[in-house]
Design a protein around this ligand. Structure first.
Ligand SMILES: C[S@@+](CC[C@H](N)C(=O)[O-])C[C@H]1O[C@@H](n2cnc3c(N)ncnc32)[C@H](O)[C@@H]1O
Length: 315
């Protein structure tokens, strides 16, 4: 019953475009009242990314079951490595951190590009084997690149090759053992899936709270950042997701979805209002952390669509 008192200790272990760390406190007001009454058994997050909402919610609410998914195979393989083999991963990353930090600027760059090539050779194999091997090279490299690349972006080209240039952080934290262990402990009760969000359908029923955080609809034609995977997410995909949302609503699941607010740029844009007509749509302020241009950060708003009255507004 009620919000658990313990302050969450485990935090996202990767940087991710569209990460919700700064929004979790706001999001809590939009959760269903049934969650606070302890009536919801399962939490489902089919676009998990860095898991900011997942980690916050499962440390505050005791669910019987949690299920996360993402279409990005490298991301999910890394979650599995954190879940199943965290001590090996910590050893690998601690070693990388020591090496990297001991280098000068030019050598760091060379080191980064050598590791990026190594990583791309692994993902080109595409069977994820190295991610699961005891050396966990794939997951280790994924985390190393995430911490040292430009802006913490994960971007692949059409061929699936990771192509983000080197970043220039003075003292990046490549290995945070306490946080990795805390996340690993929490993940023991979480089902981790690499799949399309629709494949999570069987987990969505009247006992579930589902949070959808799909790739943003670009605020303008040039600001698009939707290349977490080589597949992309265009307006057709947004429409399919809205149709899926309606079907899950009919199954009785509690649903919450967030996206960029197109009204920010064009008040005449009623794209989402049309798609989610009949549901509760609200707007909250957000600070977008990763944009296609690092200098274009700032306050923008985000829409939240729920198929229930949020608990803070319940009579
Ligand atoms: C906006 S991000 C989620 C951010 C997350 N809430 C966080 O705090 O980091 C969207 C995620 O959806 C994933 N994705 C894109 N298309 C997908 C699909 N069809 N099915 C499942 N996941 C998908 C991307 O790989 C990306 O991780």
């Amino acid at each position: 019953m009620g919000i658990m008192n313990k302050k969450p200790v485990a935090r996202p272990f990767i940087k991710w475009a569209g990460g919700k760390t700064q929004l979790v406190d706001t999001f809590r007001w939009f959760y269903p009242a049934a969650l606070f009454r302890g009536e919801i058994e399962r939490y489902v997050e089919p676009f998990v990314g860095s898991g900011a909402v997942l980690l916050d919610i499962i440390q505050r609410h005791p669910f019987k079951e949690a299920v996360i998914a993402d279409i990005n195979p490298a991301l999910i393989a890394t979650y599995k490595a954190v879940k199943e083999n965290v001590e090996h991963l910590i050893d690998y990353l601690a070693d990388m951190e020591e090496k990297y930090l001991s280098l000068g600027e030019k050598e760091r760059k060379d080191f980064y590009y050598t590791k990026r090539d190594e990583y791309n050779r692994i993902i080109a194999g595409n069977d994820g084997l190295e991610f699961r091997s005891p050396q966990l090279t794939g997951a280790g490299l994924f985390l190393f690149l995430n911490r040292t690349c430009y802006n913490g972006l994960y971007r692949v080209n059409r061929a699936g090759i990771f192509n983000v240039p080197a970043g220039r952080y003075k003292k990046p934290r490549i290995c945070n053992p306490d946080n990795l262990r805390a996340v690993s402990a929490l993940l023991q009760n979480v089902t981790v899936l690499q799949c399309h969000y629709q494949e999570c359908m069987s987990y969505m029923d009247k006992n579930s709270f589902v949070y959808f955080d799909p790739p943003y609809r670009p605020l303008s034609a040039t600001s698009s950042f939707t290349s977490y995977s080589s597949a992309g997410f265009d307006d057709r995909e947004q429409k399919k997701l809205a149709a899926f949302y309606r079907i899950m609503h009919q199954k009785g699941a509690f649903l919450m979805l967030s996206n960029s607010n197109p009204g920010d740029n064009d008040s005449g844009d009623i794209f989402f209002r049309r798609l989610y007509h009949g549901f509760n749509i609200q707007t909250v302020n957000a600070r977008r952390t990763i944009n296609s241009r690092g200098d274009h950060r700032g306050a923008v708003s985000e829409i939240i669509v729920t198929n229930y009255t949020p608990w803070s507004r319940s009579p």
